[in-house]
Design a protein around this ligand. Structure first.
Ligand SMILES: Cc1cc2nc3c(=O)[nH]c(=O)nc-3n(C[C@H](O)[C@H](O)[C@H](O)COP(=O)(O)O)c2cc1C
Length: 411
């Protein structure tokens, strides 16, 4: 049966007159494979090139905008002009198969270590350590450093423009610096950058405004600006969905082209209010203007799921782990070859799929339960790179598309 999915249609960002070939996005997935100074490596280029032929948009893994913003070894840097040639190769690798290339930008804030910063203490909104696990206490940024950090986001944006990207995405999600300013847990300031909800919003909005101004000033072609958000935080006090919707309400007064939600499950309901059965994407759809582009990530794997997301009013379905496992996902859907889509990775195929070694190691250790591996490999920390115990793992059962009421057939 030939299914013509709506998500394979092209989409035009009206304000920017930029058309992307479909509604599938490769979500940012850090490869940890850059050189020590954050320069792009050939391993990274190969990985992106292999995935460039399918999605409409590829959001790169996150790049730090200044030296204190580095979050881990192997992270990409957009902090200096000497990184522009490498970033340019990265943009070309993404565009080589027809995808639009978005560079994601961040500072890790307190989510890093003195070792990664080569002796410098991590920084954040306030001197408050992440409450879970064994995290270092950061020092609070001074007012002058905050202004400098905002300028650093703008300078990194200029580098992305010069490198040939099609846009930047500000990483306001996943507990990094922009989220740390927004959160009542990590932001305990009592100056203009913290205290009330309006003041906690100020850093994210100031970065966005400055980046938008930089795009206006330097981009001589359509250039997108996206903002990624985690709508809720697990801690108490922590960001609530109401806080995030209030933020988005202000954000859309700026020339932002899309909002990107980082969710565990794209169709989840709020986890802070177990009685609330309204999906988070429904709240966002109500808060945003009707045709405002909304991108959502979280456990999206199958074509029928993407179509279902489109039917809930989501504009772009972003896929993280699934596109690690299946670089040709879109091509297989287009060729009506859905049964050939991989939903699990074989340890023997990491090289074939262009997965750099540091990502492979990370996926098999920290992400051990988050990525379906065809053999259930238990990592033995005393024997790096050796695994044992082989049992089959669960992979998703194919969804019968004819049984989904929401699935539309064309022609
Ligand atoms: C290996 C790996 C690296 C990631 N790196 C980033 C990143 O650089 N920036 C970001 O915003 N999210 C990052 N994420 C989160 C993903 O973009 C995505 O939101 C998450 O994996 C959920 O989507 P999925 O269920 O489709 O994988 C990463 C996830 C994984 C698995």
């Amino acid at each position: 049966m030939q299914i013509n999915y709506d998500f394979l249609d092209s989409y035009t960002f009206k304000n920017k007159q930029m058309t992307v070939r479909n509604h599938v996005v490769m979500a940012p997935t850090t490869l940890r494979a850059s050189f020590e100074d954050g320069s792009v490596t050939d391993n990274e280029l190969r990985y992106y090139q292999m995935r460039s032929g399918g999605p409409g948009i590829i959001v790169s893994e996150v790049a730090h905008v200044n030296h204190l913003g580095k979050g881990w070894e192997g992270g990409i840097s957009a902090a200096d002009d000497d990184k522009i040639p490498g970033l340019s190769r990265l943009a070309s690798a993404i565009q080589s198969g027809g995808a639009k290339a978005i560079l994601q930008l961040f500072s890790a804030g307190r989510q890093t270590t003195t070792a990664i910063l080569r002796g410098e203490q991590p920084v954040s909104a306030s001197a408050v350590a992440y409450p879970r696990g064994d995290f270092e206490t950061p020092r609070a940024l001074t007012h002058q450093e905050i202004a400098q950090t905002i300028d650093d986001f703008a300078a990194a944006t200029k580098r992305a423009i010069l490198a040939g990207f099609d846009g930047v995405e500000l990483h306001g999600a996943n507990l990094y610096l922009m989220q740390q300013f927004f959160s009542p847990d990590s932001n305990q300031r009592d100056d203009i950058w913290g205290g009330t909800l309006a003041k906690r919003m100020r850093f994210g909005l100031a970065v966005t405004a400055k980046v938008a101004q930089t795009i206006e000033q330097y981009a001589d072609r359509p250039f997108l600006l996206g903002y990624r958000q985690s709508p809720e935080e697990p801690m108490t006090p922590g960001i609530t969905l109401q806080d995030s919707l209030a933020f988005v309400n202000k954000l859309i007064d700026l020339p932002v082209d899309y909002v990107h939600l980082s969710l565990k499950d794209a169709l989840q309901t709020p986890f802070k209010d177990k009685d609330d059965q309204t999906k988070i994407v429904d709240y966002y759809r109500q808060a945003l203007p009707d045709d405002f582009p909304l991108m959502v990530a979280g456990l999206v794997k199958q074509p029928a799921q993407v179509e279902e997301l489109m039917d809930t009013g989501v504009t772009f379905a972003a896929m993280g782990r699934e596109l690690i496992v299946e670089p040709n996902w879109v091509q297989k859907v287009k060729m009506n070859d859905e049964r050939a889509i991989r939903y699990a990775i074989s340890p023997a195929d990491f090289d074939l799929l262009g997965v750099p070694k540091p990502l492979e190691q990370w996926l098999l250790t920290r992400f051990k339960n988050g990525l379906p591996v065809t053999t259930d490999l238990e990592f033995d920390p005393n024997k790096p790179w050796r695994y044992y115990k082989s049992t089959p793992v669960k992979v998703p059962q194919p969804i019968d598309p004819t049984k989904l009421m929401t699935l539309k057939k064309k022609g």
